[in-house]
Design a protein around this ligand. Structure first.
Ligand code: ADP
Ligand code: MG
Length: 648
């Protein structure tokens, strides 16, 4: 075939293939145009999943009659003028090809009126052929109707799924834009039935509640941080609310809904140990940053963008969430529905609740109070920081020398060494008085809601050990059932992790280094990861052949032998290459160490041991789940107990 120039129509069809995949893509493009036009209201009507009709009506700026032909022409846009503009895009659109692409594969009718005119004007495009512009009556704003999508591209049409599936995608596209623009009144109808009617709101949480329901909104944790010109804020769900896929991870960048694998990974990392394997966190996160730090022109539908410094963003997200979780109560609650099912399935253990009772609190009030608690708690936690902790860490630890293998449990001793830097243990310090009514914008007013007593307790817990594996304790809220192994594992994990992050793991140098024989591949892996092991306090030297020497040893693991620890870690080091990054490997190692070192189910504990274990519960960031994702504690609220015993 000779080389030919493609016709404009064919070029548009090819472009349409990239941008317009299904009805939902049309909805996205049209709604984005409405947002760019400054609309305060957008009404979307769909017939038959969008194949019959998609109508998007907005109250935006409108288009002047003489510009209508350009609006539907390819590569015509009012949003950028020169190449440099590409790097400071402040609008959702800029490629000037959406309307032309849609019009190429459908019958498109565009009616529009600007505020300075009495009448509007319309233009119709059928399969890419535009009519003349004709006057028409219409309100200020723009209405676009797209009928018979893909009528002239049968292959594309064949790829469409059922009406319900297509509408599902439409609904998702609608929700994303509605979430990104809470101030806009947005409605969605399908076959004449109202699906969403979202009144404009200044509150993002309110919009989330309207789209996803009150229960989820009541179980979100507000997060916020700034790093240079980058501001991150939004909400992440309590671990009780998770999904079996990552579809509920909403990320918005300067008002644009995007997907970003690296940030999703950071999100998963932050929840590591809080969720069961196969469960995904729910998040609504918003990033604001200068447009010149992003390239949005890397993906036809702009779903993915390129960040100038994506690893810095990764760290910002991870550390923001981690810090937040450290000061948030994540105890799994048990509600009556679950108690019922637990009773029915006699061997069943109640699991974390999916439906907490709806809170009647005013969100903003609660948020403000929560922030105060967080600030207060941060101050508290700071006193357990790496500096002051360092000396205390060694208090009560063993003198240098090879630790005896299988030494008996040193829980109390360990515990004491952890707490001794805390001049006043948190659990014994009463919280600042009752909550005063806050004046409007009353930042800095001391106060603490009931939340805090959950998280940090106002008195020491007493507990009974049952079956040598659970601790049953009274808390301010009700009754706690704690898994002793899971809690201890979590405590050790958090402590070790904090030490590592602070570069302050206490290692004991062995007077007589301990030789360990390994398989050749194991030796290689251990030596390759020597630095990493060193971070954990495990010091390794090559000894020649397939023998390595353990010369130093994490002080907190004195109840295990070095050989045991090394053997436990070797397997993970060998598979380390498969893990995405070093952080993951370190985390895996931490989990193993914590699990190995923790007291086991079946260990009978002395009263002091129980007491110190419970005391730790208040000093450690996330006492609620062991690193494997099982809950560490179940809370039976007093109200729940009263209900079950038919007192109320
Ligand atoms: P882009 O959004 O990339 O500029 P489009 O093909 O989506 O390209 O739209 C072309 C032009 O038509 C826009 O630049 C804008 O000037 C105008 N336009 C489209 N939709 C609307 C609308 N709802 N309200 C006002 N102007 C619009
Ligand atoms: Mg556009």
């Amino acid at each position: 075939m000779p080389i030919r120039r493609l016709s404009q129509s064919l070029i548009n069809k090819i472009a349409a293939g990239e941008v317009i995949e299904r009805p939902a893509s049309v909805v996205k493009e049209l709604m984005e145009n409405s947002v760019d036009a400054g609309a305060t209201r957008i009404d979307v009507s769909i017939e038959a999943g969008g194949v019959e009709l998609i109508r998007v009506a907005d109250s935006g700026s409108g288009i002047a009659p003489e510009e209508l032909p350009l609006a539907v022409a390819a590569h015509a846009t009012s949003k950028i003028a020169e190449a440099d503009d590409l790097f400071r895009v402040g609008t959702l659109g800029f490629r000037g090809e959406a309307l032309a692409s849609i019009a190429e594969v459908s019958r498109l009718l565009l009616r529009s009126r600007t505020a300075d005119r009495q009448d509007g004007a319309e233009i119709e495009v059928v399969g890419g052929q535009a009519s003349d512009v004709a006057p028409c009556g219409c309100p200020v704003g723009t209405t676009i109707e797209v009928r018979n999508l893909f009528y002239n591209t049968p292959v594309r049409r064949k790829f469409l799924r059922s009406t319900q599936t297509e509408f599902g995608h439409v609904s998702e596209a609608f929700s994303r834009i509605a979430l990104a623009n809470p101030q806009i009144h947005a409605t969605l109808r399908h076959n004449g039935r109202s699906v969403f009617d979202l009144a404009g709101s200044q509150s993002w949480l309110e919009r989330i509640a309207l789209v996803f329901g009150r229960d989820l909104a009541d179980n979100l944790i507000a997060v916020e941080s700034s790093d240079g010109a980058v501001r991150l804020f939004g909400y992440v769900a309590q671990p009780t609310h998770s999904r079996s896929n990552n579809h509920m991870q909403y990320l918005f960048l300067n008002g644009r809904s995007i997907r970003d694998r690296s940030l999703q990974h950071a999100l998963g990392e932050a929840y590591r140990g809080l969720l069961m394997t196969g469960r995904w966190p729910i998040a609504f996160l918003w990033l604001d940053m200068p447009p010149e730090q992003i390239d949005v022109n890397v993906h036809p539908t702009k779903m993915e963008v390129r960040f100038q410094d994506s690893s810095r963003l990764y760290s910002q997200l991870l550390s923001t969430l981690r810090a937040k979780f450290l000061t948030t109560d994540l105890t799994a609650r048990v509600d009556s529905a679950q108690m019922d099912s637990a009773r029915l399935a006699s061997a069943g253990t109640p699991s974390a609740s999916e439906n907490d009772p709806a809170s009647a609190h005013d969100d903003r009030h609660t948020d403000r109070l929560r922030q105060q608690v967080v600030d207060w708690a941060k101050g508290k936690l700071a006193s357990f920081g790496p500096r002051s902790g360092e000396a205390a860490w060694s208090t009560g630890s063993r003198p240098a020398g090879p630790p005896a293998a299988h030494q008996s449990l040193e829980l109390t001793q360990l515990s004491r060494s952890w707490t001794s830097d805390a001049a006043e243990p948190v659990d014994e310090e009463p919280l600042p008085g009752p909550i005063p009514e806050l004046p409007p914008g009353g930042a800095g007013v001391p106060g603490a809601p009931g939340d805090a007593t959950q998280a940090f307790g106002t008195r020491a817990l007493k507990a009974l050990q049952v079956h040598d594996r659970y601790l049953v304790a009274e808390s301010a809220e009700g009754m706690l059932v704690i898994d002793q192994h899971a809690l201890h594992e979590r405590i050790l994990y958090e402590h070790l992790r904090e030490r590592i992050l602070a570069g302050a793991v206490e290692a004991q140098n062995l007077l007589v280094p301990e030789p360990v024989d390994l398989a050749p591949a194991e030796t290689a892996a251990v030596l390759e990861h020597r630095a990493l092991l060193g971070q954990l306090g495990l010091k390794i030297e090559p000894f020649g052949g397939d023998t390595v020497l353990v010369t130093g040893y994490p002080a907190m693991l004195s109840n295990l032998s070095p050989v045991e620890v090394l053997h436990a870690l070797v397997g993970q080091l060998m598979s380390g290459a498969k893990l995405p990054d070093r952080r993951d490997l370190l985390d895996e190692l931490l989990h193993t160490i914590a699990c190995k070192a923790a007291i086991k189910a079946g260990d009978r504990l002395a009263p002091e041991e129980i007491a110190s274990l419970l005391a730790q519960r208040h000093l450690i960031g996330d006492p609620h789940h062991c690193p494997h994702g099982r809950p560490t504690a179940l809370l039976f609220s007093r109200e729940e107990l009263d209900k079950q015993f038919k007192r109320i």
